[in-house]
Design a protein around this ligand. Structure first.
Ligand code: SF4
Length: 326
């Protein structure tokens, strides 16, 4: 591991100015992903700024919605009874992530900013445009079974790994950011970037910016939501395909549907065509089937074509779980 300096930021201002002052800085909180990347040689920050002392640990469920501080621990949010009741997709996404030990240490902000699990990205011996720009993409002609069917480019097809991000995108969450240019708020859907020709940039965060909180409005669809994750083994594994779904049903009719998918996109993937196909339809298995088949735009490669059908089945299953059994 490359040597690095370490400082503990006393407040938000010190964290932001510290990061802006030194090239090659990185924030660290739980460290569950960053330390692994540093040990593997896939990341080499020269200056670590520990932000664990910042006052960003709140878990607030109010009538108008949910506010999660970026430093709230994943396990604490997943265990919160109000989160489980009013935002079940969020609690379920967190419980489906990592191991209990990792969830105890990892934070909400860190989970959203974790790097891809593409094995080539984490192997410094292999070409990878995301880790070493312009070196090439080993996955395109290599093993891409786990890679994206939405949002890829000729430079990168790595999937985004966060389960939580998928639930937040489905529920129209807002991400609160602080940085050298002041505070700003962006939809969770806009936090992560498509790789395009700059795959090394995962998010729209500028240098020195950090996430301080996430907010989700209360809604009928958020209260009637779920997270379904399909993976190669039952625990401690990243998604082959996942679906966050929320339904608002009134008098047997779907008034609003929220659908997003993980494990299939280079960023959390909102399934707008499927949502539109459901709106105003009877809350029946037939409508859920139609919604699943309305998913469009997939561009699979030979090894991951199975994800198209797996995603349809996952959407149908999640909707059935929320809206009735066949
Ligand atoms: Fe690197 Fe992306 Fe290609 Fe994986 S898919 S090897 S992360 S450029």
């Amino acid at each position: 591991m490359q040597p690095f300096d370490y400082v503990r930021a006393g407040d938000l201002h010190a964290a932001i100015t510290g990061a802006g002052a030194i090239d090659g800085s990185a924030f660290i909180a739980g460290g569950t992903d960053l330390m692994q990347l540093m040990k593997e040689g896939a990341a080499a920050p020269r200056h670590l700024i520990d932000i664990n002392g910042l006052p960003c640990t709140e878990i607030k469920v109010l009538p108008e919605g949910l506010r999660l501080g970026a430093l709230a621990r994943m396990a604490d949010v997943a265990d919160d009874p109000d989160v489980r009741r009013s935002f079940p997709a969020i609690a379920e996404a967190l419980l489906a992530s990592a191991s209990p030990q990792v969830r105890n240490a990892a934070t909400i902000g860190g989970n959203l900013l974790q790097r891809t699990r593409c094995t080539y990205f984490r192997d410094p011996a292999m070409p990878c445009n995301k880790r070493a720009p312009t070196s090439g993409c080993s996955a395109l002609r290599g093993d891409h079974r786990l890679h994206a069917i939405f949002g890829g480019s000729e430079h990168c097809i790595a999937t985004h790994p966060s389960d939580l991000a998928v639930a937040l995108v489905a529920l129209d969450a807002v991400v609160e950011i602080e940085g050298p240019g002041g505070p700003r708020r962006i939809p969770a859907l806009e936090l992560h970037r498509l790789p395009g020709d700059l795959p090394e940039r995962d998010t729209v965060l500028e240098p020195g910016e950090l996430i301080v909180a996430v907010e989700v409005e209360a809604s009928a669809a958020a209260a009637r939501s779920c997270y379904l994750k399909i993976r190669d083994r039952a625990s401690f594994e990243f998604a082959l395909v996942s679906v966050a779904a929320g339904l608002e049903i009134e008098d047997g009719v779907v008034r609003a549907a929220r659908l997003a998918a993980g494990g299939v996109g280079t960023k959390p993937w909102r399934l707008q065509a499927a949502e539109a196909a459901l709106a105003g339809q009877p809350a029946t298995p037939e409508s859920y089937e139609l919604a699943a088949h309305a998913i469009e735009g997939a561009r699979p490669l030979p090894m991951n074509a199975f994800k198209v059908e797996l995603l349809r089945r996952a959407v149908r299953r999640a909707l059935l779980a929320l809206g009735g059994t066949p």
